[in-house]
Design a protein around this ligand. Sequence first.
Ligand code: PMP
Length: 429
Amino acid sequence: MQINQSQALFEKAKQYIPGGVNSPVRAFRAVGGSPIFIKSAKGPYLYDEDGNQYLECINSWGPMILGHAHELIEKAVSDAIQNSFSFGAPTRKEVEMAELIISMVPSVEKVRMVNSGTEATMSAIRVARGYTGRDKIIKFEGCYHGHGDSFLIAAGSGAVTMGVPDSPGVTKGVANDTLTAPFNDLAALTTLVEANKGQVAALILEPVVGNMGCVLPNEGYLQAIRDLCTKEGIVLIFDEVMTGFRLAKGGAQERFGIMPDMTTMGKIIGGGMPVGAYGGKREIMDCVSPAGPVYQAGTLSGNPIAMSAGLAMLRYLDSHPEVYTRLEEVGSTIKNGFNASLQKLGLNYTINQIGSMFTLFMTDQPVTDFNSAKTADLALFGRYFQAMLKRGIYLAPSQFESLFFSYALEDQHVQQLIETNEEALKEVI
Ligand code: PMP
């Protein structure tokens, strides 16, 4: 497969953009080689600048849950652009968006739109601090909540891939207010909360982690966290930027039946446009300016084009429960197919999957937290990634990421993925 245009563009990009990319993981540092420059996408396929076709397993890191360039979203956007692109003033669509999110996400009673997942999480902890009058927050090792200073402590996703879990530029003062605990370890969390009694404003987590690869909560873990937060007056924030509208139409909170106090959202709610949102209990959200004293704002927040794309996406998901049934089927068929290949090849690697979130970890150990995720053979993963790519499968370019399957995958694509995985494994082991 020739990738001359991509290579040429990357060389040029490196002259003008730090590392040649606008978000670190795109640089393919963890897997070697040169990143693929994408020209277009339709349904389950991506096309690069050299005309190569790839089967999509990332889907813009989640937003394209219906596949690329879905006609309903395209129409919503093209209708919306007739009316100009931004007003910086209230619109009907923002109201409809808020109403729809609240009807879909069980714990959300009021919601504020922002422009990215990062803004959503940064704003949510500010509100939690304002609401509780406390300074500290707890996050889990390997969870990623965007690039806000408070979260770049033991962070997952690109932060771990790039080997800078504690970024320069984050002050000691900020770092001191972020406490970290290992995921799925209730005893460690309880000890941490005890040691900081009355000082913790918020506990934020990915209820199913996507950013150390896909890692599921142990049975009863989320409920135990809920109980601990209630007992200690800590605002429980579910970061559903990845899991929201994906693991169920009401996200992980619906799937696991746990009600957080606040929820952060992104990705799918913009249908591919830059959007985020945070919401929660009325009492907490009424602290947000201008209803309350906690300041948070955005010139482009609630942008009409983004709202139109997101509304079309959410309305479709809300009225088509078969999307979720199909995504479950796709995820479990791929897991079973991959497992059969592993068995055939005498390999004992770990697969974590829930619905359309999926990671093949190159380790024999069960992966339940960041430390176990880090037992994966990263060099092997890099070779596997390249072996898949040259066969036309576009995976997340790091072991510490989840795949996101889309509704556009048909049975033939699922089979293609399973067969290609086996060939690629044979090549690299
Ligand atoms: N939270 C989670 C769980 C995420 O996965 C991400 C991004 N992948 C973010 C927050 C940050 O979102 P954004 O990249 O839109 O700022």
